[in-house]
Write a protein that binds this ligand. Structure first.
Ligand code: HEM
Length: 188
């Protein structure tokens, strides 16, 4: 079968991974236990922490799959738009990829350096493979919290830009990340 060299929108798989990532990041943020180490590891917060860590690992696994898929998939031609908009949107997307990597890595490193295993749903635990360095772990865990806030702000900016394109510029930027049954707009 001939490969579509320049599809008009992202493929179904790329779209599914994009929206699954967005939902997982949002739910992980909502269930983020937050606060001091003592608060995070209170028995009363076990469920929130386990859910948060499980979703975080899923985000990381999805990122790896997504980056692999991206190597083989064909992406749509960029929608015509002002050069500065194109540069800013690519920079934001690049930063989002970077944060999707840095947020779970800093979580794992922080917990392990503090001497905690990763605690997942259904009682799974992943013990620390590194030696404890408590003060460094606390710093890395704090960095994780800031990066978690940063990804939400950046995703909010990215989503606002997509909605701005759709509602005010009336171009196809938003539609190329949505299913085929939503027709693309004709270029004027
Ligand atoms: C945590 C949430 C989100 C993350 C991490 C995220 C991340 C990304 C990334 C990395 C890309 C680039 C895809 C690629 O070319 O490989 C992308 C594309 C896109 N995203 Fe998101 N996204 C999020 C939420 C949203 C939301 C809520 C919307 C819309 C309301 C949205 C709309 C889009 C659109 C329309 C594109 C295609 C843009 C283009 O190629 O010009 N995203 N997103």
């Amino acid at each position: 079968m001939m490969k579509n060299l320049s599809p008009s929108r992202y493929g179904r798989m790329a779209q599914m991974m994009h929206w699954a990532t967005a939902i997982l990041v949002l739910v992980a943020f909502i269930y983020g236990p937050g606060g001091s180490e003592q608060r995070v590891y209170l028995p009363a917060r076990d469920f929130d922490r386990q859910l948060h860590e499980t979703l975080g690992l899923c985000v990381f696994a999805l990122l790896v799959l997504r980056l692999l898929w991206r190597q083989f998939d064909t992406r749509p031609e960029p929608t015509p738009q002002a050069r500065w908009m194109h540069i800013v949107s690519k920079a934001v997307q690049g930063l989002l990829y970077l944060l999707l990597f840095a947020v779970p890595i800093s979580a794992m490193a922080g917990a392990w350096l503090e001497g905690h295993p990763l605690t997942l749903l259904a009682g799974f635990e992943i013990a620390s493979p590194i030696s404890t360095s408590h003060a460094l772990g606390v710093t890395v865990a704090n960095i994780h919290t800031w990066l978690g806030d940063a990804i939400l702000w950046l995703a909010g900016l990215h989503a606002t830009a997509a909605i701005y394109h759709h509602v005010l510029l009336k171009d196809n930027v938003m539609l190329i990340m949505l299913p085929r049954w939503l027709p693309l707009r004709q270029r004027r």
